[in-house]
Ligand binder design. Structure first.
Ligand SMILES: Cc1ncc(COP(=O)(O)O)c(C=O)c1O
Length: 385
């Protein structure tokens, strides 16, 4: 046991000498809190191994990945003694063909989380006084990126419909603004901005501002007036973020990507660590991209499940935010943390809105028809008790 740990155990307080070792901005950071893993719930509640638990907490694709991706990973296991292809040559070519761009338009990351990190590393300069703008509530990693870079940020409240308030965000732009993050659809609300609103937002933006349109849930969007970053990357400082973790069902492999004009992209390549995307992730992503039938089926099952959940919430008289993603945010009108625990006991893992400041809300990932039904029944029980 380290002396630090001993000291903190004995004194019940962390050692202030240690706190002086670290960059001061890091002291304010809190580790990311992921959705609870199934095995952890079983351990904590002392549930038997065969107790059935469904996890609707991390916006994964409940249908899993394409069987072709699984097969590609199986076939590639023999090669894992070799370092992966550092340039992700094949994957970038596959993406370039898919999006009708060049490989130079892409950067591949260990999840799109890593690309958010690269954006901060490449573009945020504390000495220059750079600032970041993002919505509130929105994906927590934007704030983390600003804090790690020790840069000031503006967390701009969503509008009353829980949609990004682009006009309010624009009004925060100053000569210090460097990065603006817009999750579209937004996490945790599932809402999208309109193309018209986004285009008005882009008009006359100063050239020192980079807009990051995080399209992690893009495949699920049904709204016809949804903007797509690809239409803007050539003529604006727009970076698009995508992931294989959601609709492509590959969250466990950690692979995501960014798209921007090559002149911007080169700076992200400069901060990327070597071999950041492992071999299995690369082959899985290529195979998944090649199986658009699986993707379309996942999108269809999600649309049906989303409608099923939203209808049930309506029937239960619960306020919810109509979603364009693979999760729905619902106001249960009481302490979400307590209800979360009650749901766990019934074998259903969801997410509370608490990290987003939404204490009476739950965010539930869309499951299969059966999973959604099980969640709805469990929620009815909890709310009736
Ligand atoms: C809006 C948004 N962006 C990015 C991510 C990160 O995805 P990943 O790192 O798995 O690609 C998530 C994950 O939940 C998300 O909700």
């Amino acid at each position: 046991m380290s002396s630090t740990l001993e000291k903190s155990t004995q004194n019940g307080a962390s050692c202030s000498a240690d706190a002086e070792l670290v960059r001061q901005s890091v002291l304010k950071l809190r580790p990311y809190v992921p959705g609870k893993p199934i095995e952890e719930v079983k351990r904590e509640l002392g549930l038997p191994d065969d107790f059935s638990i469904i996890k609707l907490a991390s916006n994964e694709n409940v249908l899993g990945p394409s069987p072709r991706a699984v097969e590609a990973m199986r076939a590639a296991t023999e090669n894992v003694w070799l370092y992966p292809d550092d340039t992700c040559f094949e994957l970038k070519n596959a993406l370039a063909a898919h999006w009708k761009l060049t490989p130079q338009h892409f950067i591949i990351g260990n999840g799109s989380d890593e690309i958010i990190h690269f954006l901060a590393l490449a573009f945020l300069d504390k000495e220059r006084g750079d600032e970041v703008i993002f919505g509130a509530p929105s994906f927590v990693q934007y704030k983390a990126a600003a804090m790690i870079a020790d840069c000031a940020f503006h967390a701009v409240p969503l509008d009353p419909n829980m949609v990004h308030d682009l006009a309010a965000m624009k009004s925060q732009i100053s000569d210090k603004t460097r990065l603006i993050f817009i999750a579209n659809p937004n996490n945790p609300t599932g809402t999208t901005v309109t193309r018209a609103a986004f285009e008005t937002f882009l008009e006359d933006l100063p050239p020192h501002v980079i807009v990051v349109l995080d399209e992690a849930y893009d495949e699920y969007v049904a709204a016809e007036d949804n903007p797509r970053a690809l239409d803007y990357i050539q003529n604006h400082n727009v970076v698009s973020l995508h992931t294989f973790s959601k609709a492509y069902g590959l969250a466990g492999t950690r692979v995501g990507y960014g798209i921007a004009r090559p002149e911007l992209m080169q700076f992200l390549q400069q901060v990327r660590g070597p071999f950041n995307v492992n071999t299995l992730a690369q082959v899985a992503a290529i195979a998944a991209l090649g199986d658009q039938n699986h993707l379309q089926n996942s999108v269809k099952v999600n649309a049906q499940g989303r409608a099923q959940l939203q209808q049930a919430f309506g029937e239960m008289g619960l306020e919810f935010i109509p979603s364009q993603a693979n999760f729905v945010l619902v106001n249960i009108g009481r302490d979400a943390a307590a209800s979360f625990n009650e749901l766990l006991r019934r074998g259903v893992i969801v997410r509370t809105g608490t990290p987003f400041g939404l204490d009476s809300w739950l965010r539930v990932t869309v499951g299969t028809r059966e999973m959604n039904q099980r969640f709805i029944s469990a929620l009815r029980e909890v709310l009736d008790s």
